[in-house]
Write a protein that binds this ligand. Structure first.
Ligand code: ADP
Ligand code: MG
Length: 371
């Protein structure tokens, strides 16, 4: 019954959700006297002071500088259950370099404040543990970096990765896989985390070799969850894609030339392709242009169809980033325009009501089935 209500909450929130997260002002910004121009007005509204007045944007949820990693994960963790239930789920972070994408998706450097990825690894295996008597669940993962339109396998040494060609294919079940890339099984959260760390180390070595900053490439982790029902033998496949995108800042502003310009163009192309795909999906267009870019090809099974998508738009609060902040918010708004307040409030009331029911169910209180 709890699962039923969870899925109802998810359905009401729609298949594509956009969360905005404002990072705190950093020390350099604070000491240079730059002031915050971004404010979180309520749970759903973010406001930016511009030269032409205050501009407001609305999203499915807005996290302020005070929101903790736990709070952010709380609102995403239900999607992990969905992936185990056989849905394809995609969680990704968009924003300019330095806006908090990696902090949100992975965490801070020494992982004192772990982000969505390590928490998701743990959650997957917590759920598996809870369901051990009813399901046999297998977890495997691949980890890729997309740089200048080229895919690199992060589970092999950079030398090997540079010499390998990876192609994006679909298997019989419609799940996308990266042909030529290693897929590794994990039997515990620790094993999955170790694979991830190994991938990060390879990424770091490759980046040093190419003189590349990690913020200039996309990081994609695909976790496949195969679940066998021990009672009737039926098997479901779900996939969780976790993506830390390259920085969205404009090339012109950073004064890029030659190689850097090529890099910036490639990033802009993939991010526009991603925006176009999600826009096509959220406006229910007949043609969804997945094939325009490797990024959208790779994310194809996790965007649209029965997939559940969660986008984070990460923004800086500082007045020196106002322009990029507005560009990011415009991108996110195009992805999901929420213009109707009444509708939104009605939805959030309904969601609050369903959440209450879930809480009651959790605490074991008797419930009459309503809906
Ligand atoms: P990006 O990946 O978008 O380039 P980072 O995640 O690396 O940005 O964030 C830039 C810096 O700001 C990092 O030092 C990070 O730890 C810090 N930071 C980002 N978001 C937060 C936050 N919500 N709370 C505290 N520190 C943050
Ligand atoms: Mg980053």
């Amino acid at each position: 019954m709890r699962k039923k209500y969870y899925n109802m909450v998810e359905d009401m929130k729609g298949k594509i959700r956009v969360f905005c997260r404002i990072r705190p002002l950093n020390r350099t910004e604070a000491s240079s006297g730059s002031g915050p121009v971004v404010d979180c007005l309520d749970e759903y509204t973010v406001a930016v002071e511009t030269t032409r007045g205050l501009r407001e944007f609305q999203f499915d949820k807005v996290f302020s500088k005070l929101s903790s990693q736990e709070e952010v994960f709380q609102d995403t963790s239900r999607l992990i259950q969905s992936a185990i239930d056989g849905f394809n789920v995609c969680i990704f972070a968009y924003g300019q370099t330095g806006s908090g994408k990696t902090f949100t998706m992975i965490g801070d450097k020494d992982l004192k404040n772990p982000g969505i990825m390590p928490r998701a690894f743990q959650k997957i295996f917590d759920i598996i543990q809870e369901n051990m008597s009813k399901f046999d669940i297998k977890v495997s993962a691949y980890m890729l970096e997309l740089y200048n339109d080229r895919l690199l396998d992060l589970f092999v040494s950079p030398a090997e990765a540079f010499s390998k060609k990876i192609e994006i294919k679909k298997d019989k079940k419609g799940l996308v896989f990266a042909q030529g890339a290693e897929t590794k099984g994990a039997a515990s959260a620790e094993e999955l985390f170790a694979l991830f760390e190994h991938g990060c180390a390879n990424r770091h070595i490759a980046a040093t070799k190419m003189n590349l900053e990690s913020s200039r490439s996309h990081l994609i982790i695909g976790i496949t969850i195969e679940s066998t029902n021990l009672t009737n033998g039926s098997i479901t496949f779900g996939k969780l894609s976790l993506v830390d995108l390259a920085g969205s800042e404009r090339a012109a502003k950073t004064g890029a030339k030659d190689d850097q310009l090529k890099e910036a163009n490639s990033i802009n192309k993939s991010l526009s392709a991603l925006g176009d795909v999600i826009f096509a999906l959220s406006t229910e267009q007949a043609h969804v242009p997945y094939r325009n870019n490797k990024l959208t090809q790779l994310m194809q099974d996790s965007l649209g169809g029965n997939a559940k998508t969660l986008m984070f738009v990460n923004i800086s609060p500082s007045d020196c980033n106002t322009e990029e902040t507005l560009t990011s918010l415009a991108y996110a708004t195009r992805v999901k325009a929420i213009t109707n307040n009444a509708q939104r409030n009605w939805e959030s009331k309904e969601i609050a009501h369903l959440k209450e029911i879930i809480l009651k169910l959790k605490s074991g209180q008797p419930m009459e089935e309503e809906v």
